[in-house]
Design a protein around this ligand. Structure first.
Ligand code: FBP
Length: 552
C-alpha cells in the first residue's frame, strides 16, 4: 500500500453529512413538480430530445428504507479534476448499498473513453475506503472524450450489457453533463434500459442555476488559490517591491477570480464578464491597470496584486470575434492545419482572417498568436489555460507605464512576478463543504437511480444552511440546454453560468474595489482547516453566501 500522510489518515475517518431526505437511505419518497422546458431555443432542443424533454423537477423526502432488486451501476469521471470527486463515488457506493447490499458499482477508467472501450474496474469496500475524503480523480481517472457519435453510444451500450450495468453516473462539467443528456436520450429513444444520471463537477463554478447552486470543487479550489494569493499579498506587503500578476483558472467564467477577490481583497481584479458588457478593448484594460499602479506609486506603494481570469481574452470584444473566426477557420481546415507547425498555423490564419481580425491578430505578441492557434479541446473550446494572459498584461502595463513616465504622469518603479494558479487547487483534499456536498450528490444519484430516473442531474440545494436542511432531488438536464456553435456547427449544450453583473457577489466587489485598489487591505485566509471549530472548518464560499442574501 502507498504511504499516506498523517492528514489523509485522520481525514479518512471524517463522516460526511447528508441531507435529511437521504437519512434513511437512498430509497426516498418522490415529489414531482410540473413539466419543464429549456433555457432557450426550446423548439430545437425539444426536437433533439424527444423522449427526455419536459420531465418534471423532483424533490425527495425520507423514504421507509425499502430494498430494491440488486443491480449493477457504472460511474465515470469526466473532464478536469475537481476536489471531492472521490466522495461523489463513495456517496454513490454507499447509497447503492443502502438500496440493496448486493448492488455493484463499476468505475469506467480514464473518463468516457473507458465506457467506449469497455475498460472498467469493480469498486469494492477496500477501494472506496482508501479514497474517502481524498482529492484527485486517481481512483478511476478522467478524460475529455466527447460522447457524440452513434458508434460510441452503441459501444457504451454493448459494454454496459456485458457487465449487466443498467445505470450510469457521469460526473462532469457542462460539456460532460451535456454528453450525459445526449446519451440518456439515445438509450431511452432506442428502448435500451440503461439510465443516465449527471453530477455537477467543475472548479470553474460555471455549472449552476436555480437548482444547481454550486458545482463541486469550486469551494476547495478557491480556498487553495485564496490561501496562495493571501501568502503572496503578505510577501508583497513585506518586500514592497513587486507587482504580482496572477492568472486564475476558471475557463470562460470569472467566478474563481471574483471569489478569490472577495476572500483576499487584492488591488486589481479583472472580471471578464464586465469587460464584455462594457465592450472594453485590450488597451482600456491595460490603461486601467496602469492607472492603479500609478495611483499606488504616488502613495509610495510600488507593489500590488492583480488577479486575471483565465478566459479574459475571449471576452475582449475584438479578440472574441478573432477567436470565433479562428475556430471556424481551424475546424474547416482541420486536416491541413494538423500537418502545420506553430509558425505555419499563424501565417495560415493571418492570411485567411477578415481585415479587422487580421489587424487585431497582428497587434498581439507572437507567443499569444501561437497560443490562440493551438488545438481546441475535444469540445471545440480554446484551451485558455495555455494562453499566458498574465505575462501579456504585465508586459503591456510595463510599456504603458514607460510612456506615462515619459509624459511625467508616473514616477514609480514597476517590477513584476507572474503566476498561474489552476492545477494547484484541482486535486486538494476537499474542504468540509465539498466533502459533504459531493458525498450527498453521489448518494442522491443513487436515489435517482432507485427512482428509475434518466437524463437527470443530481441536485442538492440550500447548502448555506446546515446539511440537515439541504434539499435533495433531481433536475432534468434538458432544462439547462440551449444551442451554441461548436466546431463550426450548432449543438445543444448546457448554458454556462457566467458572473452576473446584477448579482450580489459582483456588486459587493464593485462597491469595494476602489478602496482595495488604493489601500493595502489584503485579507489572509490561510490554509483550509479540516479539524477545529465550525467557524473555520464549515465555511461556505462568499459567492454563494452573497447569492443567497447573506452578508460577508
Ligand atoms: P472542467 O470544465 O472539465 O471542470 O475543467 C476545469 C479546468 O480546470 C479549467 O478551469 C481549465 O481551463 C481546464 O480545466 C484545463 O484543462 P486541462 O486539465 O485539460 O489542462
Amino acid at each position: 500500500m502507498n504511504k499516506i500522510s498523517a492528514l489523509q489518515k485522520a481525514r479518512a475517518a471524517y463522516a460526511p453529512k447528508l441531507p435529511a431526505a437521504l437519512a434513511n437511505g437512498a430509497a426516498v419518497t418522490i415529489n414531482e413538480g410540473g413539466a419543464t422546458t429549456a433555457v432557450a431555443d426550446v423548439e430545437k432542443v425539444q426536437a433533439l430530445f424527444k423522449t427526455t424533454f419536459g420531465s418534471p423537477v423532483l424533490t425527495f423526502a425520507p423514504g421507509k428504507g425499502e430494498k430494491s432488486a440488486a443491480r449493477n451501476v457504472g460511474v465515470i469521471l469526466s473532464g478536469g479534476q475537481a476536489p471531492g470527486g472521490h466522495n461523489v463515488i463513495a456517496g454513490l457506493y454507499d447509497g447503492l448499498k443502502s438500496l440493496n447490499a448486493d448492488n455493484r458499482l463499476y468505475g469506467f477508467l480514464k473518463g468516457p473513453d473507458g465506457l467506449v472501450k469497455g475498460e472498467m474496474v469493480e469498486l469494492d469496500d477496500a477501494i472506496i475506503d482508501a479514497h474517502r475524503n481524498t482529492g484527485g480523480f486517481d481512483m478511476i481517472g478522467s478524460g475529455r472524450t466527447k460522447l457524440e457519435t452513434e458508434e460510441q453510444f452503441e459501444a457504451a451500450r454493448a459494454n454496459c450489457e456485458k457487465a449487466a450495468i443498467s445505470a450510469l453516473v457521469i460526473i462532469g462539467g457542462d460539456d460532460s453533463n451535456t454528453n450525459a443528456c445526449v446519451l440518456a436520450e439515445y438509450f431511452k429513444a432506442n428502448n435500451i434500459p440503461i439510465q443516465v444520471i449527471g453530477c455537477p463537477k467543475t472548479i470553474d463554478g460555471d455549472l449552476k442555476n436555480e437548482w444547481i447552486e454550486a458545482s463541486f470543487g469550486f469551494d476547495t479550489a478557491c480556498r487553495v488559490y485564496s490561501e496562495l494569493i493571501g501568502n503572496i499579498g503578505r510577501d508583497a506587503n513585506s518586500a514592497k517591491k513587486y507587482w504580482h500578476f496572477i492568472k486564475l483558472m476558471g475557463r470562460s467564467a470569472s467566478h474563481i477570480a471574483l471569489e478569490c477577490a472577495l476572500q483576499v481583497q487584492p488591488n486589481i481584479t479583472i472580471i471578464s464578464e464586465e469587460v464584455a458588457a462594457k465592450k472594453q478593448t485590450l488597451g482600456e484594460i491595460v490603461d486601467y491597470m496602469a492607472s492603479v499602479v500609478a495611483a499606488r506609486a504616488a502613495n509610495k506603494m510600488n507593489f500590488g496584486i492583480a488577479l486575471i481570469p483565465e478566459g479574459l481574452v475571449e471576452f475582449i470584444p475584438e479578440i472574441k470575434v478573432l477567436i470565433a473566426e479562428l475556430n471556424d477557420l481551424l475546424a474547416a481546415n482541420a486536416d491541413a492545419v494538423e500537418k502545420m507547425d506553430k509558425n505555419e498555423k499563424v501565417a495560415f490564419a493571418a492570411g485567411k482572417l477578415s481585415a479587422e481580425s487580421a489587424k487585431v491578430f497582428a497587434s498581439l505578441p507572437a507567443g499569444i498568436q501561437m497560443q490562440l492557434c493551438n488545438d481546441r479541446d475535444p469540445h471545440g473550446n480554446v484551451q485558455v489555460s495555455l494562453i499566458e494572459t498574465e505575462k501579456m498584461l504585465a508586459e503591456m502595463v510595463g510599456t504603458k507605464l514607460k510612456a506615462m513616465k515619459a509624459e511625467g504622469n508616473y514616477s514609480g518603479k514597476f517590477s513584476t512576478q507572474t503566476h498561474f494558479f489552476g492545477y494547484e487547487g484541482r486535486c486538494a483534499a476537499p474542504s468540509n463543504y465539498d466533502a459533504d456536498y459531493c458525498y450527498s450528490l453521489g448518494f442522491n444519484a443513487a436515489a435517482l437511480i432507485g427512482a428509475g430516473c434518466t437524463g437527470y442531474m443530481s441536485s442538492v440545494r440550500n447548502t448555506i444552511k446546515p446539511a440537515s436542511e439541504w434539499i435533495a432531488g433531481g433536475i432534468p438536464i434538458t432544462m439547462m440546454l440551449n444551442m451554441e456553435r461548436r466546431h463550426g456547427a450548432d449543438k445543444p449544450v448546457i448554458r454556462k453560468a457566467l458572473v452576473e453583473l446584477d448579482g450580489a457577489p459582483y456588486k459587493h466587489f464593485v462597491a469595494n474595489r476602489e478602496a482595495w485598489a488604493i489601500e493595502t487591505s489584503y485579507v489572509y485566509p490561510g490554509p483550509i482547516q479540516y479539524f477545529g471549530p465550525s467557524e473555520v472548518c464549515d465555511l461556505v464560499t462568499k459567492t454563494l453566501t452573497l447569492e443567497k442574501g447573506g452578508n460577508i
